[in-house]
Ligand binder design. Structure first.
Ligand code: SAM
Length: 212
């Protein structure tokens, strides 16, 4: 079924087999959702899902969860999955603030943050997905040797994110202020929807990889 507009997106999502509807019930048991013990990687703020769907296609031995806050956006990812099912990918509609209600300690192997909302006002800094508050949330569910990968073209957001890393007790492993001209970091790069749009406008893409 194809929706011409986003009216009824919540109802559509409620019936989708690609969406995990009570994700907190699977906390500590995500292996059961996928029927295997493969590593679990999560994209937060996946948007329409282009990046995570390509990752899941290229890496069938890894399990993926795409998290998106808004139904109208998630709907687009579901529609793509209907065209091409991927057994190692599921979606959750949730706010990443509640991550630790859904994933247990050491359950996630890697977290991807791509072109996160910048929340430019200082008083909204805590809402940025790269803030120390969110890094503390990731700390609760990421494996001890797990990593976070973050890409954006927003230099102010990236500078903020880089400053938050040591404040939250994390460490930068790799960093580029111009990913698309960094041969090493570009290996295996999958472009997100926003990355395609902003790099085609000539914006340099920043990326970091961090660990604890
Ligand atoms: N990652 C995609 C890309 O690079 O093309 C989409 C980027 S878009 C600017 C940011 C997405 O993150 C939006 O779809 C937004 O709804 C979602 N988002 C923002 N804050 C979120 C949160 N706290 N929890 C879950 N999703 C969130």
């Amino acid at each position: 079924m194809r929706l011409r507009n986003v009216t009824g997106s919540r109802e559509y999502i409620a019936e989708s087999k690609y969406v995990i509807h009570c994700p907190e019930e699977h906390k500590g048991k995500w292996d059961e959702v996928f029927g295997n013990t493969n590593p679990l990687r999560v994209e937060i703020g996946m948007g329409k899902g282009k990046f995570i769907m390509q990752l899941a296609k290229e890496n069938p031995e890894i399990n993926y969860v795409g998290i998106e806050k808004y139904s109208t956006v998630l709907l687009r990812a579901i529609q793509k999955m209907e065209e091409e099912e991927l057994p190692n990918l599921v979606f959750i509609r949730m706010d990443a603030e509640d991550l630790s209600q859904v994933f247990a300690e050491d359950e996630i192997d890697r977290i991807y943050l791509n072109f996160s909302d910048p929340w430019p006002k200082d008083r909204h800094a805590k809402r940025r997905l790269e803030s120390r508050e969110f890094l503390a949330r990731y700390n609760q569910c990421l494996k001890k040797d797990g990593i976070i990968e973050f890409k954006t073209d927003n230099r102010d957001l990236f500078d903020f994110a880089v400053e938050e890393v040591p404040e939250a007790g994390w460490e930068i492993i790799k960093l580029s202020y111009d990913l698309h001209h960094d041969e090493e970091m570009m290996q295996g790069n999958i472009m997100t929807e926003y990355e395609e749009k902003f790099s085609s406008m000539g914006n340099p893409i920043c990326k970091y990889i961090i660990k604890r």
